[in-house]
Write a protein that binds this ligand. Structure first.
Ligand SMILES: [Zn+2]
Length: 260
């Protein structure tokens, strides 16, 4: 049973189990795990969505419980960005904002703040068809570029350089990507095929899993960096991923001045 009060079978001592008993151990533990996840999947705790205002239990995505807003379909990284927008984002009223692979909730938020907001991607489902590796826009023609979970799909060095070029002085590159903070360096292997990428990066369309050196890649492109992290009590209140970060590259205003 799954009520947490029933003790399990008494197994033979570790290391002495025969094949049949090992199979029974595996089946028993799988049943326990499924029962545990079934409870989690229905969501036991009320959360708050800062995007749509919903208050109540959240939904699971695959093996991750309580992370999907059942009212507006926001994910943790979207709610993290909304908190950053509400608390820290400084945007001039006529800011020119370009959003790659945009989520629909961002447009009203930006337009409410007076931004001139456009979406873009390599396909034609957005306002503009643009390749983030070679953005067909003039230098210094935007004040903010948003790229949530885009850089892991592309040549990120080219994309970051292009974002830096297209942003004007003081402009912001707002970036989220999957990061393994326990890794010093990014894992990427251009020789992998689709199955190899699925195994290594969790998705055949991903080219890498970033390590902490993601920050160096952003800086090398010409940005100074600030970060906005998912910490308590926001993690519990808004169902964020603990420690997930929004990376904000700031294009320096004093470009051309030599340092040190
Ligand atoms: Zn919501």
């Amino acid at each position: 049973m799954a009520d947490g009060t029933v003790t399990g079978p008494r197994w033979s001592a570790p290391g002495t189990r025969d094949r049949d008993e090992i199979e029974r151990v595996r089946a028993f533990r799988a049943e326990r795990a499924i029962a545990h996840f079934t409870r989690l999947a229905h969501g036991g705790t009320d959360r708050h969505c800062p995007i749509c205002g919903y208050h109540g239990p959240f939904s699971p995505v695959r093996h991750k419980p309580e992370i999907w807003c059942p009212s507006c379909d926001s994910r943790p990284r979207h709610r993290l960005m909304k908190l950053w927008m509400d608390r820290e984002m400084a945007l001039p009223s006529d800011a020119r904002v370009l959003h790659f692979a945009a989520e629909a909730w961002v447009r009203p938020e930006m337009e409410r703040r007076g931004a001139l907001y456009e979406t873009a991607d390599i396909n034609d489902r957005f306002d503009r068809v643009l390749d983030i590796e070679a953005i067909a826009l003039p230098d210094a023609s935007r004040d903010m570029i948003i790229a949530n979970h885009v850089l892991e799909h592309v040549d990120d060095r080219a994309a970051l350089a292009e974002m830096a070029r297209v942003l004007g002085p003081g402009g912001l590159a707002v970036i989220t990507v999957p990061v393994i903070e326990g890794w010093d360096t990014t894992d990427e292997d251009p020789s992998l095929d689709a199955e190899g990428r699925r195994l290594r990066y969790g998705d055949p369309d991903h080219r890498r899993f970033y390590g902490r050196d993601l920050r160096d890649r952003i800086r090398v492109a010409g940005f100074t960096l600030s970060e906005f992290a998912a910490v308590e009590p926001d993690v519990s209140t808004h169902a964020l991923n603990r420690g997930e970060r929004l990376f904000i590259g700031v294009k320096p205003r004093d470009e051309g001045v030599t340092h040190g």
